[in-house]
Ligand binder design. Sequence first.
Ligand SMILES: C[S@@+](CC[C@H](N)C(=O)[O-])C[C@H]1O[C@@H](n2cnc3c(N)ncnc32)[C@H](O)[C@@H]1O
Length: 222
Amino acid sequence: MRIISETVTMSHEISAILEKNGGRAADSGLSLPFLGSMVYLAGDGDHVDIGTLYGASAIMAALVKKKFNLKGTVYAIDPYDPATRQIQAAAQPGMAGKLSATPEEFLKNAEEFDVRDRIKLIQKKSYPWPEELKDNVFASAYIDGDHNGDATWNDFLSLRGRVTHYIGCDNYEEEYSDVVSAMVKAMDSEDWFLFYKNITFLALRRLVPPRGAGGQMSVLQL
Ligand SMILES: C[S@@+](CC[C@H](N)C(=O)[O-])C[C@H]1O[C@@H](n2cnc3c(N)ncnc32)[C@H](O)[C@@H]1O
């Protein structure tokens, strides 16, 4: 995947502003350039962010759309529910710090980047899939919500027929074995395949038609 250089600067800006406002970007924003580049390559169309916290990943997607004049709204799905947070923090000792984001903090951060009008918050869990998004189609998606049990796999099942280009995912790493097994299964499914992997970020792409059918990817997509 081509890394869009502007997304590196954007990642630093997002991490700095979120921290100034009392929040944080997950893993200091390590995956944000990869996510931003994936959103850029997906082109026009809506994006869905599962697990938004203080907004780093959703703001990155919205900033990329703004900077490169790409059409589309960013839908941010997060219940902002203290009970959900507690379960996550308890299951993953590394996640114990700073999970107490609120919708107000997220939306204030989005305002500071002047992308508030490009973002719609769905304050719900991603599974079962929110009723208000049942007919939506997205160019790209990012899975970074509940990392435990079947949650990542269920997110993939919700997205696989609704996303036209790329599904990204964070925390594909040893410490999150449920995320890893879900993504291994997803990249071995009949309609999605591995597109890109770097550090803890992984992206899937929809299967392209076989070469003989004239369906190979163009270098601009890589
Ligand atoms: C690792 S943080 C997300 C970090 C964020 N993407 C970023 O770039 O900084 C995980 C978030 O997922 C949310 N979450 C937990 N369970 C969820 C679920 N079932 N559906 C959607 N979001 C969920 C939590 O409330 C928390 O805000």
